[in-house]
Design a protein. Sequence first.
Length: 186
Amino acid sequence: MAEEGIDKLMYSFVVEDVLKGFFIHVPPGYVACVYDLGRGVLKKIFKPGLHLKIPFWQKAMLFNTQTLEYDISKKFNPDKPEMLGDSTITANTKDSKKISIEGTILMRLDPDQIPEIWQSIGEKFVEKIIRPTIQSRIRMIAAKYTFQEITATHRAEVEISTRQELERILYPRGIFVENVLLKEVY
């Protein structure tokens, strides 16, 4: 009986650590980037499918290339900074009113630039690049408009200006900003 348990344990180790170590399974909507102990982050990305890698020598990391929702709301949990989103952003308007902004930013990673993102920024690119940029740019755009303009008369213009400003900063870093949608301004 005890031998059967040890055999199953050894079989489990071989299957999990050795055989799976040869393959990278990339699901639809993702790409894989590989870190090689000898050459560093490889420039080639692996598209959806099954690919070979050298076990113990290469490490694969999956990156989501689908449209992602960056939600700005009261519901965001700041204890989990790796999550894609942020707490309500406070800003000052042109007419010196303090406002709180909630919204959604739709973005996605450029698959061709993922090796560079992983190499130069690392896995925590949300905390290092995306969140501070969004906070800064939203505050900057809000300061150009009055409270009335943001909430009513120029709302679409505010969304477009914010998208363009975020695009200007994030696109060279491999992050496409597809849209900015304001939910609540109060």
